[in-house]
Design a protein around this ligand. Sequence first.
Ligand code: DGL
Length: 273
Amino acid sequence: MSILSDKEKLKNRPIGFMDSGVGGLSVLREAVRVLPAEDFIYFGDSANAPYGTKTVKEIRDLTFKAVENLMDYDIKALVVACNTATSAAITELRTRYKDMPVIGIEPAVKPAVVCSRGGRIIVMATPMTLRQRKFRELIKTYDNEADIVPLACEGLMEYVEKGITDKEGLMAYLDRALGPYVTDDTESIVLGCTHYPFIIKEIKEYLGDRNIVLIDGSKGTSSQLKRRLEEKDLLRDADHEGKVTILNSSEDPGMIELSKRLLEQKDPEVEND
Ligand code: DGL
């Protein structure tokens, strides 16, 4: 029998992920790819979704509750895999959990600007994310460099929460909400909500043969997680086969099934930072 040191015990703890629902799984699937030896525990707050139309205080309270659930599993790091929860609560979470790496996600505007040739960049996100100072400051940085158009997509994440079964409704939504903003010089669309990478196929189908790049932040967030674990010497031994545990606040057992299906869904064509 081997006796583990305190450091080894700490390394062996899981990494916690949270989102308002199943969206954060688009970040988790990338993290699993980058960190295959890690154990992950994912909490989707589908019972309280959507977050994006709630007040900052409501979102903050729900986010803290979700994180407290994860703390029961002795997590060694936290990923807030939700742009909305990040913009409403990341500062407070970092203050509360000072000793633990806390990684957030924000719309991947920077990589879109870096690849820009001067055309339009549409940022699809929840109304809350776009209203927050964090986002307004982010786009102000690139004010003179690009034509950035924020697009609040109230009601879009619900198509993913329902398992993307209403394709007709989803295509009509895209036509109504996205259509008017897509111009001939549109060059990229930033998917600023972690639910949206699960409907990339439908967005691409809607855009047809236009040459528009879709960008999401899952890769950047996963690399940041890896970097933070390396810095703190918290990576597990590479010979461990990592596992994923999924929790969901909804009483519907179908949400766990849907989560497992989404985690396996492959979208190799997306560009991400
Ligand atoms: N997945 C979430 C995000 O990245 C939010 C969706 C919602 O709850 O409104 O912003």
